[in-house]
Design a protein around this ligand. Sequence first.
Ligand code: UDP
Length: 194
Amino acid sequence: STVTIMDIPFINTTRDEFVTHHLIPHLNRQQKCFVVTANPEIVMKARENDSYRQIIQAANYIVPDGVGILKAAQYQRQPLQERVTGYELTLDLLNYANEQGLSCYFLGAKEEINYKAVSEVKKTYPNITIAGHHHGYIDIEDETFAQSIKESQPDMIFVALGSPKQEQWIVKHKDKFDKGLFMGIGGVFDVLAG
Ligand code: UDP
């Protein structure tokens, strides 16, 4: 079920159930999937900007990433079960990718942060195939670049360009892909890089 806050429908589940019952089945069937981890800032931006709202609403799943979202849901008397952060979801997905030997692409952050984050991922999750990685200071309209990512055939594409760029990039390019779980993860590479 979902709880709608300012026109944004949030999935109402625990993180564990979300991963097990939604994300993993998509990955197993190689069905494309777009996940938005929305904090109050994103909800406000979507309220002010129609085209950004449409981009967010194009997601298969919107998860509540912030206590402000849980508070708003409570205020509507439609409490959400759990906060689900982009950081925790990233770790869950990397774990699953490691177990299954899936392939991941890492797009975003500054060059040295991106490199460091990928090195840490390689150390912690040695069974993941690194489809590729690239810093996030790119032209989000660049079709050739997106095509080259598609050709690396990743199962998961982590996009850390900040909002709204990361969601814009995903919606602009995901149709070219045959498969892939796409998730915008903001500053997560900075955290992974330590
Ligand atoms: N970033 C990027 N390209 C850009 C803008 C930002 O790769 O054009 C990266 C930035 O280096 C950082 C991440 O996006 O690693 C998150 O940036 P920010 O904190 O500005 O976004 P937020 O987390 O607030 O959405």
